[in-house]
Design a binder for this molecule. Sequence first.
Ligand SMILES: NC(=O)c1ccc[n+]([C@@H]2O[C@H](COP(=O)([O-])OP(=O)(O)OC[C@H]3O[C@@H](n4cnc5c(N)ncnc54)[C@H](OP(=O)(O)O)[C@@H]3O)[C@@H](O)[C@H]2O)c1
Length: 299
Amino acid sequence: MIQKVRTLLVIGASGLLGQHLVHQGKGTFERVIGTYHSNPFQIQGVKVERLDVVSERSVSDLFEKAHPDFAILTSGLTGVDYCEEHPEEAVALNEVGPLNVARACSELETKLVYISTDYVFDGEKGDYVEDDEPNPISVYGRTKLGGEKNVLNTTHDSIVARVCVLYGWNRITSKRNFVTWVLDNLESGKAVKLFDNQIVTPTCADEVASVLLKLVEEDVSGVYHASGSQKVSRYQFGKHVAEVFDLDVGKLAPVSMEKVGLPAKRPRDSSLIVRKIEEELNIKMRPLPLSLKHMRESR
Ligand SMILES: NC(=O)c1ccc[n+]([C@@H]2O[C@H](COP(=O)([O-])OP(=O)(O)OC[C@H]3O[C@@H](n4cnc5c(N)ncnc54)[C@H](OP(=O)(O)O)[C@@H]3O)[C@@H](O)[C@H]2O)c1
């Protein structure tokens, strides 16, 4: 009997989450394709393609050529302050891109997972479940919510997976995330000020990649919260990082969000409840210090 070759397409594979997805996807799917936009990369066993999601033509050409069974859309304009100051670019990447991808998926019956964010919420409540009403307070949050709607309204075989403060090793570009930024500062002896009144549920890229690869194969659709399960302030998060990596906790200082004038408003408490995904996949998200320990071990 001929075994069907199942193809996974990861859009944004040069990004933090995307690179972990293609690495791990090689273990599950017979064919893995990863796209980049400005940062070409090479990973053994992964077919690399350049893609601009904003171009409907490029998206449909790639889908016609690759015929993926599954697509995970991680690309986006992720700088919250940059989005605030460049709203048109944010709409193009976070809304038009997902619409183009969702149309191609619908056409070819490709199952789609779209990666979204806790920033679709206003942060007044915290402990958000999937049924809670989004109410974004920034351009980034509004455009990601627009992307969610475009995906869910365009193709029925789709999942929106919301994550929150992604962290992990980035082995493709020098772009830092919360943990690598704290580490760079502490390891060079610098003091770091961290918000003590912004509450999040940090998401380990390596861990969530394996969860998403399970989710994409399930016969489910709709919204899933897929962050870590532990709720912390950014200051507490930094303390965990310093402790796990044996660095000087005393270099961390708490500061309130209101004291730092940033262009975009941030939700005060955008913590996500992940019970639905844990129950349906029969998994448990790791406690934050354990995920950080794994990260340290894989340095
Ligand atoms: N980072 C966080 O803390 C966080 C929190 C919540 C939700 N999220 C969501 O999670 C997803 C993944 O985040 P991440 O941190 O892994 O992202 P990232 O590291 O910023 O990577 C973004 C990816 O998008 C690609 N890209 C940029 N412009 C593109 C275009 N026009 N066409 C196609 N691809 C394009 C980039 O390619 P090149 O690098 O090659 O240009 C890169 O592969 C995002 O959708 C984000 O909204 C992130």
